[in-house]
Design a binder for this molecule. Structure first.
Ligand code: GLU
Length: 306
């Protein structure tokens, strides 16, 4: 059974970029006779209030893209004990260490940056002695990083094709847990997708570069990885990345202006699944869906489409 998933972070109302991701996740699974599960990625409960999660469920129903389960959806904020179990598996092998670096230390001018703009961790706290750790803990609570190997992790993305990163060189030791105890996305997403039986992950191309880290975690934790399909980012007509700040692209606004089939039809047109922006229901797109019709490069929303 093919199992896809939606994994939205409810830090606001969904916008067109989130919706495109849901539409393609749904079509990718349904076109193979599969199902789609819903997981709310609300690890950061401060930024992700429950009412936005409820709005996502409601917006998906309005669009005709409701998940097939679980009911209620899975909330990452309720799964700390499960993440702890897997975190401990890595910690017990000596792979996890405390990091006391401040934000400004991490962003020091000389620090190398990844292609996605993130800093490659220089390993400053990798070799602290127990005495040094004890001393530093008196001053601040550490975040926790995992030691990555000097190894290339390669995979073939179902949409974007081959992709590889050397974890030590291109990424560096990454966070598993924040100083306030909240588990990191990279750990939670791997544990959850594996435990939910997800067989395919469909998500934005901004997460392509997270995939080698996640594949490595799957291996280290003895979990089975899914297939990955990364979709192009949806940009505003002027080339800017859409964000939750683009209020007129939010579902709240779109629902006042359009019927659900109009939203789906325009979006399907923008991503190559229809030759015109005519209204359509998601089910009507299933039989003709194939990933080859979706472009790989960033998608600019045509001016005036929404
Ligand atoms: N929660 C992430 C987001 O909303 C998606 C994570 C994933 O699909 O792996 O951007």
């Amino acid at each position: 059974m093919i199992t896809g998933r939606y994994a939205p972070s409810p830090s606001g109302r969904m916008h067109l970029g989130n919706l495109l991701c849901c539409l393609l996740a749904w079509l990718s699974a349904k076109s193979k006779g599969g199902q789609v599960l819903l997981r709310i990625e609300d690890l950061d409960t401060q930024r992700c209030p429950r009412h936005f999660a409820d709005a996502i469920v409601e917006d998906l129903a309005w669009l005709g893209l409701s998940a097939d389960g679980p009911e209620p959806p899975l909330y990452q904020s309720e799964r700390a004990e499960i993440y702890q179990y897997y975190y401990d598996k890595l910690a017990d092998r000596g792979l996890v260490y405390p990091c006391f670096c401040s934000r400004s230390q991490l962003h020091a001018a000389s620090a190398p940056h990844r292609s996605d703009g993130q800093v490659i961790y220089a390993g400053t706290c990798r070799h602290l002695t127990p005495a040094q750790v004890a001393e530093k803990r008196k001053i601040r609570a550490p975040a926790w990083r995992v030691r990555v190997p000097d190894e290339e992790i390669a995979f073939v993305d179902g949409h974007m094709g081959p992709y590889a990163e050397n974890l030590a060189r291109d990424c560096g030791d990454f966070y598993l847990r924040r100083a306030d105890g909240v588990f990191a996305y990279q750990l939670a997403v791997v544990v959850d997708d594996a435990l939910m039986g997800v067989t395919e992950v469909v998500r934005g191309a901004d997460l392509l570069s997270s995939t080698p880290r996640q594949l490595w975690l799957y291996r280290e934790l003895g979990l089975t990885p899914p297939a990955f399909y990364h979709l192009p980012l949806l940009l505003a007509a002027d080339g800017r990345r859409l964000s939750k700040r683009d209020g007129d692209q939010s579902l709240e606004h779109l629902r006042q202006k359009y019927a659900p089939e109009e939203v789906i039809g325009r979006l399907a047109f923008a991503c190559g699944l229809q030759d015109a922006p005519r209204p359509v229901r998601p089910e009507e797109l299933v039989s003709d869906f194939c990933w080859a019709r979706v472009p790989r490069q960033d998608l600019c929303l045509p001016e005036g489409l929404f």
